[in-house]
Design a protein around this ligand. Structure first.
Ligand code: ADP
Ligand code: MG
Length: 238
């Protein structure tokens, strides 16, 4: 586990500023949700933390390390995407073990990591199946399993439930929260869905147009929204 700090983080694409000075402190083990309308910069912020996008200004720290110039593989993070990105020709077990295989892990080490992860996620009986033989929820669990076996300091989720139907989305919220309670790994989770944010987060970061409007626990935002945008977005009565 590790803390994550964004310090006056900025990002421009050409002359287009999309992240305009963001400050957030995320504590060890915290489940933090970045929420805001489509295009406000959530994915860009997450991708900078992951090292998939260069930072134009400011500083990002994971634990005590400034990671601005570290390649993704050295950041000790694992990311779960909306579209799962599973390898269709590989079994569930091989999909989950892929990052370990890349690191030349031995068979015993791979088993020692994949088995417990599969158990946590209820995938033990599906390890020999292929992605096309799985439901949407099962695929999403494999994508999470792939992240878990890497034993990262920080989990990143970018709209992981957007492709699931409404009912499954609700049950996967609970699963992801249970997973977090069990592993207590620091988690940064992006969504445009207010309900997801209000029901899952320890702390919510509300964004609009590349800036942070408010940071707080769900009830704080509901009871004391900082402005009309937050009130409207969260749906609080202010
Ligand atoms: P969100 O995830 O909140 O929907 P994004 O972070 O994807 O928002 O995008 C924020 C803004 O940055 C948008 O205006 C988007 O068009 C722009 N943007 C994102 N990625 C790129 C890119 N690679 N090149 C140019 N503009 C980009
Ligand atoms: Mg996005």
């Amino acid at each position: 586990m590790a803390s994550v700090d964004f310090i006056d983080v900025r990002k421009s694409f050409g002359s287009h500023a999309v992240i305009k000075g963001v400050n957030v402190d995320i504590r060890d083990g915290e489940f933090v949700i970045l929420v805001g309308p489509s295009g406000c910069g959530k994915s860009t912020l997450l991708r900078m933390l992951a090292g998939l996008e260069h930072i134009s200004g400011g500083e990002i720290r994971i634990g005590e390390r400034v990671v601005n110039d570290l390649p993704p593989k050295d950041r000790d993070i694992a990311m779960v995407f909306q579209n799962y990105a599973l390898y269709p020709h590989m079994s569930v077990a091989d999909n989950m073990a892929f990052s370990l295989t890349l690191k030349n892990a031995g068979k015993a080490e791979i088993e020692a990591k994949v088995k417990p992860a599969a158990e946590i996620l209820g995938l033990s009986h599906l390890l020999d199946r292929f992605p096309r033989q799985l439901s949407g929820g099962q695929r999403q669990r494999v994508a999470m399993g792939r992240a878990i076996v890497r034993d990262p300091q920080v989990f990143l989720f970018d709209e992981p439930l957007s492709n699931l139907d409404a009912k499954l989305r609700v049950s996967m919220r609970t699963e992801i929260k249970n997973l977090h309670q069990r592993l207590t790994t620091t988690t940064v989770y992006v969504t445009h869905d207010q309900i997801e944010a209000m029901t899952m987060a320890d702390k919510i970061v509300v964004m609009q147009d590349g800036r942070i409007e408010q940071v707080g626990a769900p009830l704080d935002l509901y009871d004391r929204p900082a402005n009309l945008f937050v009130a409207g977005f969260i749906g609080s009565p202010a």
